[in-house]
Structure formats: structure tokens, C-alpha cells
Design a protein around this ligand. Sequence first.
Ligand code: NAD
Length: 311
Amino acid sequence: MQYRGLGQTGLKVSTLSFGASSLGGVFHEVDEAESIRAVHISIERGINFIDVSPFYGLTKAETVLGKALKAIGREKYILATKVGRYGQEMKDFDFSAGRVTASVDESLKRLGVEHVDLIQAHDIEFGSLDQVIGETIPALRKLQKAGKVRFVGVTGLPLAALRTVVEATPIDAILSYCHFELNDTALADLVPVFKKHRVGIINASPLGMGLLSNRGTPAWHPAPEAVKEICARAATHCRARGASIEKLAVQYSLTNPDVATTLVGSADPKYMEQNIACAEEPIDQALLAEVLAILKPIHNVTWPSGRGENN
Ligand code: NAD
């Protein structure tokens, strides 16, 4: 496993990291003991960065992760969670100072830790960016002074929203998802902006939340049909070549040296073992060229998220 600095934080994160949304059963029903094993195997094999949120499985992911973390020394992992998003509907977002402050205490309790290393405003495009900048982040900075969180970040799908916040106020890290993977590399275009502001870059969803997998997408997946269809074609092509699109997708997501870490998630220990193993292997360049050619018609095709003005 390789490790990279996360912006100016001084944290050294594994290039492949563990996203715990699967532990909340957001893709399909999962077994708790297996989920805990997936966390333990990930840490044993060198992953040191874990990301979660109270939103995943409506607190279930944090609760299961907390059980898994009991058996692991606190110095062995760098832990990130989030505030502001608590469900699927617009009404389930609350970026107010009061709510996010209480939310951190609730998360610390569920996770069984005294502090988290990174606290992130979750999916900021669903809120008012003025509120995120003027109220949420200052509230999180107070928690930093109190020692409950070490660093402060923001997450979201539209890169424009992340850029707005980074250019308006000091931020330690951004988490972008579905924008540095086989079918979408838009994050790479914004690297100079994030570097200028010394912001750590976290990439998530190398499998495009199931787009680049043999299982395919869950029912809630927001990608346009054309994207789903052409990604499924790429998966079929890999199968016909006796290869795995998941492996290619994970390997591809690790190719940008400016991205500190890429979060991949699974509650299945076998999948995490495969993901970690393939991170060590060279990418099949011929297969990569074929798959990129299949995906070309939908390259960088994304979908709207949150408030219209934040896209
Ligand atoms: P992903 O692209 O990592 O795909 C996850 C799906 O792929 C799951 O169904 C998982 O079981 C499956 N999978 C994983 N490895 C596999 C393998 N080797 N073979 C077959 N299937 C495999 O998407 P994700 O889970 O959404 O993203 C990873 C993490 O990134 C999340 O858990 C979360 O921590 C973070 N994230 C954050 C945000 C946000 O803040 N808004 C958004 C997306 C993701």
C-alpha cells in the first residue's frame, strides 16, 4: 500500500481507503459480522483512512463501524465522518450551526471515539453555500478548537459547488465522487484550483456507485440511462476478455498522483481483499484502451444534484 499527504493536514493516507456506506446496507442487505470483517481486513492490509456519515443507513453504518473499531487501536486509522445530511429528501438536510454541532457529538458516541480526524459538510449542493461558508464551517472550526475534530472538509457531486467553497474560505479537504473513474475524469481539471488553495483531494466511488461493476447499479442510482447502458457494455466487454471491470476501475482511480486517496466501499471482505490486491498490480493497458473507447460517448456525462444554482 502506498501513502500520500492529504493537503496541508500532515495526515498520510493510504492511496486506497475504506468507504463505509456499504455498512449501512445502502446497496443491498448486508451481514454485520461480515461488515466488521471487511473493516478489519482493510486495516490489516494497510488501509488507514475510513470515511462514513450519519446518513449511511440512517446511522447504521456509523453504528456498525463503531463496533468494528472497538478492536482496533485508535492510532491505526484516520477517521472521517460528516454532518448536514440525514436522509434522501431536501427536508433531511440541516447545515445549521446547532444541528451540526450536536451531530458531531452523536457521531462520536456511535463511533466510540473521542475525536474524528476529518469532519465534512455532507453533499453541500443540497444546502445554501452561503450558509455552509458563513455558518457551518465556522461551527466546525469551533469543534476543531474544542478537540473533537482535527480537520474540516466538504463533500458533494457538483465540482462547481466544491470550487465555490474552496475559493471562499479555508478548507482542509474536499471529497468528490463519481468524477475520477473510467467514465468521468472531471475532477482532474480542477486539481490546479485545489492545489492552489492547498486543499487535500479525496476521490470516492471508483466503481461509480455500481456503474462499473458486474452487479450493476442499485435502483436509486441517479445516472442517465445512456450512462448505465454504456457502462454495462464496458462490463460485458471485460467479462468477454476474462477480466474484471471492478479491478480495472479501482486501478484506474489510483492513477492520479494529485489525488491523496480513493474511497472504495464494500461490506464483503472478499471484495476488499480483491480491491487491495489489485491496487498493487499494474493496469492492463490494452484492456484499458478498449474500455475507454467504449465509454467515450458518455465521458464526463454526469447528473444534476441538489439545488439547481449549485450545479
Ligand atoms: P463504489 O464506487 O466504491 O461502489 C460500491 C459498490 O461496489 C458496492 O455495492 C460494493 O459492494 C461494490 N464493490 C466494491 N468492491 C467490489 C469488487 N471488488 N467487486 C465487485 N463489487 C465491488 O461506491 P461507494 O461505496 O459509493 O463509494 C465509496 C465510499 O466513498 C462511500 O462508502 C463513502 O464513504 C464515499 N462517498 C461519499 C460520498 C459523499 O460524501 N457525498 C458520495 C459517494 C461516496
